[in-house]
Design a protein around this ligand. Structure first.
Ligand SMILES: [Mn+2]
Length: 501
């Protein structure tokens, strides 16, 4: 769905979820501003029992002059009702009768009967989603300082001060928006109430600790989600706790923060594991978070409560995977088959075609960010079929690939981009990427895995590659310790079986 699809309606009501948070208010405010600029009769509302009462939200609404109203009813309404940061008909938003409804949200989808929906559960905030949709319409939020500050703060609060954010679109918004720093400072200093302090204290007293696997699970009473981040940051520093999960039940679901100081457990991976197929979770190696919707939870686990689920899911986690350290691991060639690489179409970009020689840049992909320096023949960026980027020299590119002068495109959630670290300018590589075809004749040994496996490769001993059951464990035929993982979805596209010769 595009925002411009919604311009057929002249009257628009934008509804935040009940007990709205900063993300919901910011998303609604940005949409309101856009619809009003398009000369629509638009208003921003919320409902439910509780009025906005948190000090930071009161300040946000006042300082940014956000015209949001609390309502009990919307009367007889024949325009368009849009629910933001929530889904029409879900338990956390009052359901009003409306002829036309749209949904803009970043939680796991739980409502399927509204055709006008834009739900991207991989994003850290609804603010990011609205920002991206506004960009698509050519609307530059930086022309509206109040909207910019609101959106930036929406993402900030929904990702525990950016510490649990991981999607490149979230990072793009964070880096391209210039918020009102002064106001942000005031908002940060009015984030918690005395009641929240007490909530944190009570939660810490009730820490439940698992000695064998060195993890802690802490439940808090309903509170601001940011409190979960603070509590987990504290627990994370305890010597005997390697991993901790802090959660509460709020806004129609389970909200949780994860921290890990074990290099064998990435917080982002554990957060996704906890959410499984009933929520979404992610973040960084050390800090991550997630959300599980009550509806999906009750469907899947009708006889469990949140405490039982989290404790059992955590215990299960520790016996759910194998670990391979490539430099010490001995593969068994007799249980593996030999494969050769098929010609695969990839993309490449000559760095100095995009930015001046010597410019420091940030390369941004779905898999993460990394820094590099623009350098003529010495730095080309290879773009793989999953949108992953790796640096390569001109010499190696020409040795291993047939280089074509044709545009390269990819169906992907995020096409890699680079950011000039001097000017801050961001460039989508889609406009400059060219095609090349691999001609590698290299042979590998591989086998599908039956259990989740973490592989620490020879080149990176700090972070692991994660395989799910069905993914392939591979080793180069000329070096049995060069072990890595190939996803099952791409394995058959890249490799074909060959004889052991
Ligand atoms: Mn949100």
């Amino acid at each position: 769905m595009r925002l411009s699809d919604l311009l057929v309606y002249d009257r628009v009501i934008i509804q935040c979820h009940d007990n709205p948070d900063a993300d919901s208010i910011a998303s609604g405010f940005a949409l309101l501003t856009w619809f009003r600029e398009k000369k629509k009769d638009a208003r921003l509302i919320y409902s439910g029992r509780a009025r906005i009462s948190k000090p930071n939200l009161i300040l946000m609404v006042k300082e940014l002059e956000i015209p949001i109203d609390h309502v009990e009813s919307i009367g007889d309404f024949d325009g368009l009702l849009i629910t933001v940061d929530c889904q029409y008909g879900a338990g956390n938003v009052k359901k009003f009768d409306a002829q036309n409804v749209a949904i803009i949200d970043h939680h796991q989808q739980e409502v399927y009967d509204i055709p006008q929906s834009e739900i991207r559960s991989f994003l850290g905030s609804c603010s990011t989603l609205v920002w991206d949709m506004l960009m698509e319409e050519g609307f530059d939020v930086n022309d509206h300082p109040d909207v910019s500050t609101a959106l930036w703060y929406g993402l900030f609060t929904d990702t525990n001060g950016f510490s649990e954010l991981n999607h490149p679109i979230d990072r793009d918004m964070r880096d391209s928006i210039v918020p009102d720093k002064n106001l942000i400072r005031k908002l940060r200093n009015s984030n918690l109430t005395l009641m929240d302090l007490e909530t944190a204290g009570t939660a810490l007293i009730r820490t439940s600790y698992n000695r064998k696997n060195r993890f802690a699970v802490i439940k808090t009473n309903p509170c601001d989600p940011n409190l979960l981040g603070y509590i987990s940051d504290l627990a994370h520093q305890v010597d005997v706790i390697d991993v901790c999960v802090v959660y509460n039940e709020i806004n129609n679901g389970i909200k949780y923060s994860v921290r890990s100081s074990s290099h064998e457990i990435m917080a982002s991976e554990l957060a996704a594991w906890i959410a499984n197929d009933i929520g979404s979770g992610g973040g960084h190696a050390e800090k991550a978070g997630g959300f599980i919707s009550s509806l999906r939870f009750e469907e899947k686990h009708p006889h469990m409560n949140a405490d039982e689920y989290l404790l059992s899911r955590m215990s299960e986690y520790f016996s759910s995977f194998d670990i391979i350290y490539a430099d010490k691991y001995e593969i068994d060639p007799s249980e593996m088959k030999c494969y050769k690489k098929l010609p695969v179409v990839c993309g490449y970009v000559k760095s100095s075609d995009v930015l001046p020689e010597g410019t420091p840049m940030l390369v941004r992909t779905l898999q993460g960010d990394y820094d590099d320096l623009v350098s003529g023949d010495d730095l080309y960026l290879m773009i793989g079929i999953k949108g992953e980027v790796s640096p390569i020299t001109k010499q190696i590119l020409e040795k291993n690939y047939i280089v074509l002068d044709e545009p390269f495109d990819l169906e992907t959630e995020y096409f890699p981009s680079i950011r000039n670290k001097v000017s801050g300018e961001s460039i989508n590589l889609k406009t400059v990427a060219r095609k090349c075809i691999s001609k590698g004749e290299a042979r590998i040994l591989a086998k599908p895995l039956t259990r989740a496996t973490k592989v620490f490769t020879m080149w990176d001993k700090d972070t692991y590659m994660l395989a799910k059951p069905g993914d392939y464990l591979a080793a180069r035929k000329d070096d049995y310790h060069d072990i890595y993982i190939i996803g099952k979805d791409i394995f058959s596209l890249i490799y074909e079986e060959t004889s052991h010769e």
